[in-house]
Write a protein that binds this ligand. Structure first.
Ligand SMILES: *Cc1c(COP(=O)(O)O)cnc(C)c1O
Length: 417
């Protein structure tokens, strides 16, 4: 049977009340109202099992990794590598050595721009991104191009916020060294046809990086099926602690690359004259890593795989459809980004008020949304708006919370008109 309100079958694998009890923060009130947290595109909250795993690790199991010859360090190293294995399997590779930890997607893309780009991109070469990228997948390539005398090319988007694939094909040539696009746009929610983008990029002889910051928490990802060369993620958007993230890379590509940060732990041998580098992933993880955060990342992956990524995606799609329906009915509200393939992000503008004011007004009703350019100014320019208000949902949100959002938006419109 379908619930007339939510369109979800009673067989939906998501037991929303049970899930909400797993997230202590969700029972808070803000300005005397129940918290309605709709800024999951910026960062997500942690379930109790992640909070508890991190606490227990710090209280009882903490130690440095990859160096001590004593029990505590050996155990911590074991736990650390177990977490890497969980990340590897989550993204669909059996080989944990293909996973390199960084502080998140920003550092992951910088790593590739530096360690791959500075070695393989030369004057006259080209790099392709899209018009709906996060600044983290824009600026590192601009810097690289400037330094090397290479050229940055941009895949345009149509008015619905979808990449124009015919234009992409025209941009590709034997000069293309790197194609870097997001799987899901954080500003619009567009799900890009990355498998096709990767295949075409490879046909042109380029390496392809997928910015997975928005996709990894919300859908099943299989890097081997996609055949991408790099796939990035950010723990703090995946119900894990902040300060941890990383990327998958194909082993042969990793092996061809030079270190990004140098120092301890990334070497094979150091004499004062010369250093030989360790094998991946250690080559790209100089210094003491965020050990506790990695353990938290492993716990977060256990939690979401327990729910099931396909279940999460299905449930979030029902939130998207329900919320889109509600917001479309509001006069003076325009949704920016209406791609056919879309994740649970709704970006919108009101005729009556600026997104920053909308955000503060909604906050009075306990609603957390982001008002701004979402680190995607070229996207805002493309759609002719300075900023948007963005509601980004995840599997711990309820359909009723979108009713609260719609009602609060109506109040804002009334107040400002
Ligand atoms: C959040 C985000 C980033 C940056 O991630 P950090 O965790 O801040 O490094 C990059 N790309 C997309 C699509 C994002 O949503």
């Amino acid at each position: 049977m379908l619930d007339s309100n939510t369109g979800l079958s009673d067989k939906s694998a998501i037991d929303i009340e049970k899930i909400r009890r797993d997230f202590p923060v969700l029972s808070q009130t803000v300005h005397g109202k129940p918290l309605v947290y709709l800024d999951n595109g910026a960062t997500t909250h942690k379930p109790q099992c992640v909070i508890e795993r991190v606490r227990k690790f710090d209280a009882e199991e903490y130690g440095t990794v990859r160096r001590g010859s004593y029990k505590m360090s050996e155990q911590a190293t074991l736990r650390y590598e177990e977490a890497r294995q969980k990340v590897a399997e989550f993204f669909g590779t059996p080989d944990r050595k293909e996973i390199v930890f960084t502080s998140g997607t920003t550092q992951a893309i910088n790593l590739v721009a530096y360690s791959y780009g500075r070695k393989f991109v030369n004057s006259g070469d080209e790099i392709i991104i899209s018009n709906i990228e996060h600044h983290a997948n824009t600026v590192p390539w601009q810097v690289l191009c400037e330094e090397k005398g290479a050229k940055l090319k941009v895949i345009p988007v149509n008015d619905d916020g979808e990449l124009v694939m015919e234009e992409y094909e025209k941009l590709l040539s034997d000069k293309t060294r790197i194609v870097a696009v997001n799987h899901i746009s954080n500003a619009l929610g567009t799900i890009n046809p990355v498998k096709e983008i990767i295949r075409k990029g490879h046909e042109a002889g380029a390496k392809v990086l997928i910015d997975g910051a928005q996709s990894s928490p919300h859908m099943k990802v299989d890097v081997k099926d996609l055949d991408c060369d790099f796939y990035t993620f950010s723990g703090h958007k995946m119900y894990a602690p902040s300060g941890i993230g990383g990327l998958y890379g194909k082993m042969d590509v990793w092996e061809s690359m030079v270190p990004y940060v140098t120092g301890g732990d990334m070497i094979m041998q150091v004499t004062l004259e010369k250093t030989t580098y360790a094998k991946p992933p250690a080559r790209f993880e100089a210094g003491t890593p965020p050990i506790t955060q990695v353990i938290g990342m492993g716990a977060a992956i256990d939690y979401i795989t327990g729910i099931g990524m396909d279940n999460i995606f299905e449930y979030e799609t029902s939130l998207l459809e329900y919320g889109t329906g509600l917001l479309q009915e509001i006069d003076g509200l325009r949704i920016i980004g209406n791609a056919k393939e879309k994740a649970s992000i709704i970006s919108f503008v009101l005729d009556a008020a600026h997104p920053h004011d909308v955000g503060s007004m909604l906050d009075q009703d306990g609603i957390a949304v982001r008002g701004g350019h979402h680190c995607a100014q070229p996207t805002m320019i493309r759609f002719g708006v300075p900023a948007t208000t963005r509601a980004s949902m995840t599997f711990y949100n309820k359909h009723e919370e979108l009713d609260v959002l719609a009602e609060s938006i109506r109040k804002v419109i009334k107040l400002f008109s």
